[in-house]
Design a protein around this ligand. Sequence first.
Ligand code: TYD
Length: 212
Amino acid sequence: MTDEQERRGIFIAFEGGDGAGKSTQIALLAERLEALGLSVLSTREPGGTPKGEALRGLLLGGAQDWTPLEEAALMSLARGAHAAEKIRPALAAGKIVLSDRFADSTRAYQGASGLSSEEIETLHQLHSKGLEPDLTLILDMDPAEAMTRAARRGSADRFEARGLAYQEELRRRFLLLAMAAPERRKLIDARGAPEEVAERVWAAARRLVEAS
Ligand code: TYD
């Protein structure tokens, strides 16, 4: 069976810098899709499976000072399990998969930490056979505003602690990714009330959902 025949569902990833409100938007979109009678699987990275969550603990626990290559390899390994054990089976079952981060996070974060795109794409092919979302929604906002939001939530893990210049670089990398494939990556203005942002998310995702 080819990948296309296998994939009857829809795969949507949410991306963006820290504190852009991805988890809130995923919950609001899941609610909307379920109200339409659609079957939704919400998941996250790093994590999504027991193996992935174990790797998440290692990556975000702060006990080790991982090099960018080690970090990318562990992220990619976690993604491989996530793709094989959770995302592909859900797509084969016709579900709509909403993932809080996917491969573009490695492209932006580990790219910003100095890894080359060749290294990142090699890992992605190796672990996840190059799986890509049908649609990636990049929640875009000024990092200074996003950091204020994150601080209010009390979430300052080692990534968020990397500071404003790193977040500006992430934003630039996400913008470049969107420009490289505008048909499957959409920038969403993440400013304003969650309900306003949810309308922008729906405007970007609606056609794909209705066509399925
Ligand atoms: P998390 O607490 O889930 O943050 P957020 O709410 O911003 O998604 O932590 C995930 C962190 O891991 C986040 O700072 C981004 C980082 N990350 C990478 O550096 N590379 C990756 O491939 C992924 C999936 C996440």
